[in-house]
Design a protein around this ligand. Structure first.
Ligand code: ATP
Ligand code: MG
Length: 280
């Protein structure tokens, strides 16, 4: 076994670990920044380390659903059914081909929820109520958010405990982040006091002075919330999604695979540190 495998071994979940119920929303209202690729791949790496993981697709585009190889037309019970009809989440769960990894899929029907929810009682808490019973059965519950700050995202932020924010390495990187932070603050004050930004990380990096300057700017802005793992622009990631597979199953030696593996490990390490500090 090489040294890389040895270091990975230390991330395998141990039975004694109290690790359940980490509910993480992957959010950024800016489109195409890598939310879905991140949600799929960190979920797959968490699962590969033995953590019971469920990915919840809260985007009507259903990219997380197709990215795990499921086709929309075969789906009967989805996130829409959960938040509009209070359907039992266990009925919506799909087994993926990967051990420890499950999916609650979405279909384009979910786009209607944005309007339908407006008149619903406790409309911001529909997802939270729907997935409450999953908390004790899963270590990680990852929610892939749509590129908007409407009621679907608000539902995700009300249900989550933590937020991961992918930021694309581009000139307009910070555009919209302030608005996102304001919304997070609003949700924290009025709907979900426990909500925290767990981390911010850069996606689609390709080396240039401009990209390096942007990374420094974001790093200074977010301080210890900044993750050191930087996701490179890597066509294998794009290809893996189009083949309906996480990168670990598509090309585990690709640069993008190594980067998402590192990010997943960094997230696990941060949680372990937090758990240690809290003393349980
Ligand atoms: P949306 O806001 O529409 O939901 P998103 O933030 O979820 O988008 P993704 O769908 O994950 O973004 O990524 C946008 C596109 O870029 C996809 O085609 C994806 O496969 C591709 N992509 C994401 N990350 C990378 C990367 N690191 N390298 C190359 N391609 C990538
Ligand atoms: Mg997406």
């Amino acid at each position: 076994m090489d040294s890389d495998n040895n270091s990975s071994d230390s991330f395998i979940k141990k039975d004694i670990e109290k690790f359940s119920g980490k509910i993480i929303a992957v959010a950024n209202q800016k489109g195409g920044v890598g939310k879905t690729i991140t949600a799929i791949n960190i979920a797959a790496y968490f699962a590969s380390y033995g953590y019971k993981t469920i990915l919840i697709d809260m985007d009507p585009q259903s990219n997380a659903t197709s990215g795990l190889g499921f086709s929309q037309d075969k789906i009967k019970i989805s996130t829409y059914s959960l938040i509009i009809y209070s359907e039992d989440p266990d009925k919506a769960i799909l087994n993926t081909q990967y051990e420890n990894l499950k999916l609650i899929p979405s279909t384009k029907q979910l786009s209607g929820a944005e309007v339908e929810l407006v008149t619903v009682f406790k409309r911001e808490f529909r997802l939270k109520e729907a997935i409450q019973k999953l908390e004790e059965n899963y270590d990680f519950i990852i929610i892939d958010c749509p590129p908007s700050l409407g009621l679907i995202t608000i539902n995700a932020l009300s249900a989550a405990k933590d937020i991961l924010i992918p930021i694309q390495c581009s000139y307009f990187a910070l555009e919209g982040v302030t608005q996102l932070l304001n919304i997070i603050d609003m949700v924290k004050r009025s709907l979900n006091v426990k909500l925290e930004v767990q981390g911010v990380f850069m996606t689609m990096y390709s080396r240039s002075n401009l990209a390096d300057g942007i990374i420094n700017e974001i790093k200074n802005y977010f301080g210890d919330k900044f993750y050191n793992s930087i996701i490179p622009k890597n066509v294998r990631l794009d290809e893996s999604a189009s083949h309906g597979k996480p990168i670990i199953a598509f090309d585990k030696n690709a640069k993008g695979a190594k980067a998402y593996d590192e990010l997943a490990k960094e997230i696990i390490s941060r949680y372990k540190n937090q758990i240690q500090k809290q003393g349980y």
